[in-house]
Design a protein around this ligand. Structure first.
Ligand code: NAD
Ligand code: USQ
Length: 371
């Protein structure tokens, strides 16, 4: 397939681009290096010294013989996105190119506005470019489990069948995000769903949980291919932070009681899930939602696991409970469904899908789809 990875200089994007390239897909990366700039703004750095893009791509070509095309630009610029879509002519676009840190979006008005403009306008530009120049291309968009928040009922995959005053329908699952960043993802989801509905675009919204780890088979091939590993309080995600803290003898920074429960996945599963989604595209007009994580843990459970792992390495790991800087429930129910990505594996022949009323049939239903 011809796959364009937007945000391919970033943590998930770089690992995904290399994985797809090694699997034989023709890959292009687009990025504006905004992320390197935000690190500079905050005075933080990836723990692993990532190389400039030309060096990364040269190393990949030398090691594997595969070329990855690179497009430098900002997807909030429509000229850039439309030129990219026209010239590369992708079969799938994997869209990682957003400001992804909840704490960054909560710094002040300027950062909240920036996050929402960057993310919502970028995605909207992409939708218009696909409609105009590549309407059959499959959009694989990185959403987030945090769109749902922490409701006191089970979390479904994108849609929920409800009965209200004696009538039934299938509607988008209620969203209760916890930051202006997570809200930007909700706005994206609505825009994508609407574009599929009115223009017949095809999209998969991958609601990914918190990612951990940094090494994939591909980035491990050479030091010049090294991936980023963030451990600071803005961009560092919790398990990566805890591991870095354990290694340098800093107490693990559990916020509040630590009962905050989320879905987690290894970065090696991120790349595999993305390929699965690309290989089994949504159908024209379909906006399907996959919850993408492998296990769920509370923050305190993670801290204890890191402490136990540290013990085996002769590290003395302490756990601190700091006042929670975020407005979030520190203890809550959490049970999220994550079956669709598994059902889309080539080994699976049938999947049960909740279909909203506006897609294809005119009547909502829960059905079995033969793939
Ligand atoms: P990242 O910050 O490492 O990478 C994002 C990349 O997108 C950066 O290289 C950045 O320069 C680029 N970018 C941002 N805005 C852009 C724009 N307007 N034009 C062009 N390029 C732009 O983030 P990540 O951790 O790789 O996350 C990638 C995606 O996956 C995000 O959408 C994020 O919301 C989602 N996600 C990440 C995690 C996680 O734990 N890291 C979990 C769930 C979902
Ligand atoms: N936390 C701590 N201590 C820390 C850091 C975080 O207790 O030192 C807690 C947070 O308060 C939160 C939980 O750990 O309850 C997860 O925080 P996080 O920073 O690891 O993850 P989050 O802010 O949710 O964001 C990350 C990515 C984001 C992605 C999201 C997936 O940065 O791009 O969308 O994970 S999800 O959480 O499923 O929404």
């Amino acid at each position: 397939m011809r796959v364009c990875v937007l945000g391919g200089d970033g943590y998930c994007g770089w690992a995904t681009a290399l994985y797809l390239s090694r699997k034989g897909h023709k890959v292009a990366i687009a990025d504006n290096f905004a992320r390197r700039q935000w690190d500079f703004e905050l005075g933080v750095q990836t723990l692993t010294p990532i190389r400039p893009m030309p060096e990364r791509l040269r190393a990949w070509k030398q090691l594997t013989g595969e070329s990855i095309e690179f497009f430098s630009g900002d997807i909030t610029d429509y000229e850039f996105v439309s030129t990219l879509v026209r010239s590369f002519a992708p079969d799938a676009v994997v869209h990682f190119a957003e400001q992804r840190a909840a704490p960054y979006s909560m710094i002040d008005r300027k950062h909240a506005v920036f996050t929402q403009v960057n993310n919502v306008v970028g995605t909207l530009n992409l939708l218009f470019a696909l409609r105009e120049f590549r309407p059959d291309c499959h959009l694989v968009k990185l959403g987030t489990m945090g769109e749902y928040g922490t409701p006191n009922i089970d979390i479904e995959e994108g849609y929920i069948a409800i009965e209200h005053n004696g009538r039934k329908d299938v509607v988008p699952y209620p969203k209760q995000p916890g930051s202006f960043y997570h809200l930007s993802k909700v706005h994206d989801s609505h825009n994508i769903m609407f574009a599929c509905k009115i223009w017949g675009l095809r999209a998969t919204d991958l609601n990914q949980g918190v990612v951990y780890g940094t090494v994939t088979d591909e980035v491990a091939l050479d030091e010049d291919l090294i991936n980023r590993l963030d451990y600071d309080e803005v961009f560092g995600t919790v398990l990566n932070r805890f591991c870095a803290q354990a290694a340098c003898g800093h107490p693990l920074t559990v916020y509040g009681k630590g009962g905050q429960t989320r879905g987690y996945l290894d970065i090696r599963d991120t790349v595999r899930c993305v390929e699965l989604a690309c290989l089994q595209p949504a159908r024209p007009g379909e906006c399907r939602v996959f919850n993408q994580f492998t296990e769920q843990f509370s923050v305190l459970e993670l801290a204890h696991m890191v402490k136990a792992a540290g013990r085996k390495l002769n590290l003395h790991v302490e756990i601190d409970h700091l006042p929670d800087p975020r407005v979030e429930s520190e203890e809550h129910y959490y049970n999220a469904r994550h079956c669709q990505i598994r059902a889309s594996s080539p080994k699976s022949t049938t999947t049960t899908r909740v279909i909203p009323s506006w897609w294809n049939s005119g009547s909502s239903r829960i059905c079995s789809l033969n793939r």
